[in-house]
Design a protein around this ligand. Structure first.
Ligand SMILES: [Zn+2]
Length: 148
């Protein structure tokens, strides 16, 4: 997501909209984009630096560590903020900054019930008592002994 510096007025710029998912390369790691990223940011230039702050939301499909079912989770970046020096180019790409913040807010051990919207089936399985150990079955051996 590139910003043209000339388009930023002296009193700042508010941007709001949707952008293609920035973490689509994580699919092999079980993180699948479930829609575009939504952003609301304010931008401005002061003293040769670009600042931006706002919020990002990226819906992704994750696999629950409890029940192994897929579920949709919104990665929320409630306080996206950058401050970067300007080195001459007339455009600044915000995507690497956004991507980094999304990755930081990605749950490491996603659970489908973490937001309380559903009950994880895996939680019940974990609570069930372990299967009783079977005693070794010697009956066949005993029969062999009897034949002697
Ligand atoms: Zn689950």
């Amino acid at each position: 997501m590139k910003v043209h510096l000339k388009q930023i007025p002296p009193d700042g710029l508010h941007l709001e909209g949707e952008e293609d998912c920035l973490i689509s390369d994580l699919e092999s790691e079980g993180v699948r984009c479930a829609g575009p990223m939504q952003y609301k940011i304010d931008l401005g230039i002061s003293d040769g630096s670009l600042w931006a702050n706002g919020s990002l939301t990226q819906p992704v499909e994750l696999t629950c560590v409890g029940c192994l079912e897929k579920f949709v989770h919104d990665i929320q970046v409630p306080a996206f903020a950058i401050h970067t020096e300007l080195h001459g180019p007339e455009t600044v790409d915000l995507s690497p900054f956004m991507r980094e913040d999304l990755l930081l807010n990605l749950p490491a051990h996603p659970r489908c019930d973490r937001e309380g919207g559903r009950v994880c089936k895996g939680a019940k399985l974990e609570a069930a008592p372990p299967v009783a150990k079977r005693k070794p079955d010697w009956s066949a051996l005993d029969k062999l002994k009897l034949k002697k």
